[in-house]
Design a protein around this ligand. Structure first.
Ligand code: M6R
Length: 586
């Protein structure tokens, strides 16, 4: 979602730096962009555009301070006027904003009565005018920002840029913002991926804090305006790991990285897995929560914990979990899964759970993210930066953790490692022979709908597979529990409708095979994904039996299928329409 990149320092090409910073944040998803840059002659250059940055360049002028923004529209359409930065009436304050000002309507009415002139339909513009209004009677900008904070409702990250004073003031509640500190220069960004080419010394701003950046330095304040000491974090991943390298797309690169990531989990994560197993064993009820792909990993987790560890673990999608927290106790454990660690639906439901004193264990791919910092116990996926909007490697890494934790609880850890190693070999094979999946994609690409069926943990795999296919190819894909077929879904099957069946040789095998016959009898093109071939399959994709870890290679097949379907439709699999990588607004 919205990307923010700001610069203050000695480099005289702030414009080019800001544009590059915004490009590094493109993967978050956006539909318009803009910059406000102070030129060496003291004037402020503001430019806004709808659409992508592409090969855009800014006029060349000297500058050492400015701010840019990529907007993912919420309030107000995708227009130049609604793009950020927004300025006040005097044009002395430029703001960029990520989040939603929930009470913008009354604020706007009040400011209009005070004769402020609005030029956009956004909630964000009220911030610039409100700062201007408060500043008329309050000269101290720290106090101005404190008062601004007290008047605004919602989850927000706000950067106020005062070109006249060459300063930035940054406040946040909920939405992430980080500041990188280089050699007498500062970089502000929505996430570390844009800062990492410049510096690894980072400060993750906390809710209720405020940062002031001026030529003379950086100052941190608490919510009462008292100065605070800054403790910096150091980013450990390299700038190169966030590049596409020789791959055409991040999605294919990230799919291809999976064997190495899964191997790394086996080789280096045992200690953390043992700790997580102990935490879960001690808890009075564990609740797995996540959104989208993370939620399907959670659902798979409930099956894995039940079958392997004989333990009931509850599951909820994060956006619904807020309405299920009433029964939580201080001995309850919320186990939150999130690649980014910044998903607002997960963060806000976790906040509600914490109000009930529940403990929080998180599994994220982002050290220092909001969820990471909120957690009582942390697990890190160490999957490297995931830049394609469609989550792939973070999903299989989450499954590997859940699978091994379940085996640890069951005291069958070596079996878990053995099956996971088999699954890694299968994933390697599938990736090596990916042209087979590409051929399948060309056979089914013109169908309106694709159905994916499975039972048990393969039902969770079916849901994730359908999400992968629909989000990047825009083909309607639905995952169903195979047992539900005869309760309604079968009405949708027509001649040649592609139906993918995940049919591992486990307790679901025979029943899933019956479902294959049922759809075949209605003319479906039956695509069997199994270790055992059967005449009922029109297309057979072999995946060797890796026990319950078979879910991993099964989903990798769907990841590749989604990727190739996307290409065959002429889409960009890395940046699917309407989607954002990190969903930081409700
Ligand atoms: O960063 P998170 O894991 O919390 O993200 C959750 C979802 O927004 C994410 O998985 C989304 O569904 C992806 N586009 C799926 O590919």
């Amino acid at each position: 979602m919205c990307g923010i990149f700001g610069y203050l320092g000695n480099n005289q090409h702030a414009g080019a730096l800001i544009l590059d910073g915004l490009k590094a944040l493109e993967y978050r998803g956006y539909d318009s962009w803009g910059v406000a840059i102070k030129k060496a002659d003291g004037t402020v250059f503001i430019e806004k555009h709808t659409g992508k940055i592409g090969n855009a360049s800014l006029p060349v002028f000297q500058s050492h301070i400015g701010i840019g923004h990529t907007r993912w529209a919420t309030h107000g359409g995708v227009t130049n006027k609604n793009a950020h930065p927004h300025v006040d009436c005097s044009k002395k304050i430029a703001i960029v904003h990520n989040g939603i000002v929930e009470n913008f309507k009354p604020l706007k009415s009040h400011l209009i009565q005070k004769k402020h002139i609005f030029t956009s339909e956004t909630d964000s513009e009220v911030i610039a005018h409100l700062i201007e209004e408060i500043h008329t009677t309050e000269p101290d900008l720290v106090k101005v920002m404190q008062r601004l904070r007290s008047k605004i409702h919602g989850m927000n990250a706000i950067i106020a840029f005062f070109p006249e004073y060459e300063s930035f003031y940054i406040i946040k509640n909920g939405s992430p913002i980080v500041v990188g500190v280089g050699n007498k220069e500062f970089f502000i960004a929505s996430d570390t991926s844009a800062i990492i080419p410049h510096t690894k010394r980072i400060y993750f701003l906390e809710d209720e804090e405020m940062l002031e950046l001026t030529k003379s330095g950086i100052r941190l304040y608490n919510n009462t305006g008292m100065k605070k000491k800054i403790s910096y974090s150091t980013i450990t991943y390299s700038a190169e790991s966030a590049q596409k390298g020789s791959y055409d797309h991040f999605m294919l690169k990230e799919i291809s990285e999976q064997p190495q990531i899964l191997k790394n989990i086996i080789d280096t994560k045992k200690r953390e897995i043992i700790q997580a197993a102990q935490i879960i064993k001690k808890a009075y009820g564990t609740y797995l929560i996540g959104c989208g792909t993370a939620s399907y990993a959670c659902l798979a987790g409930t099956y894995l914990f039940s079958k392997i560890a004989h333990r009931h673990i509850n599951f909820a999608i994060s956006s619904e979990f807020s309405y299920l927290v009433d029964f939580l106790k201080d001995s309850s454990l919320v186990f939150a899964l999130s690649q980014s660690g910044e998903t607002i639906d997960t963060i806000s439901s976790v906040k509600k759970a914490k109000e009930k004193n529940a403990k929080l264990l998180s599994l994220t791919n982002s050290r220092g993210s909001t969820l990471y910092r909120m957690s009582d116990y942390n697990l890190l996926l160490h999957a490297g930066p995931e830049k394609a909007v469609a989550s792939t490697k973070a999903y299989t890494a989450k499954i590997a953790f859940l699978y091994l934790i379940a085996h640890k609880i069951a005291k069958t850890y070596s079996l878990g490692e053995k099956n996971l190693t088999k699954a890694i070999d299968e994933v390697t094979e599938i990736i090596f022979h990916k042209s087979k999946i590409q051929s399948l994609s060309s056979k089914i690409k013109d169908h309106q709908s694709i159905f994916i069926l499975g039972r048990g943990v393969s039902y969770a795999a079916a849901l994730e597979s359908a999400l992968k296919i629909k989000e990047v190819s825009y083909i309607h894909a639905e995952g169903f529990a195979a047992g539900e077929l005869k309760h309604g879904v079968i009405a949708l099957i027509e001649k040649d409708t592609p139906v993918i069946l995940f049919n591992p040789e486990d307790e679901t095998y025979d029943d899933t095979l019956s479902a294959a016959h049922e759809v075949k009898a209605r003319g479906a093109h039956v695509i069997g994904v199994s270790s055992r071939n059967d005449d009922v399959y029109d297309t057979y994709i072999e995946v060797k039996n890796c026990g319950d870890a078979t879910i991993i290679p099964n989903v990798v097949i769907a990841q590749l299928l989604g990727y190739y379907l996307s290409l065959s439709k002429g889409h960009d699999p890395d940046k699917p329409r309407n989607l954002a990588k990190s969903v930081t607004v409700k």
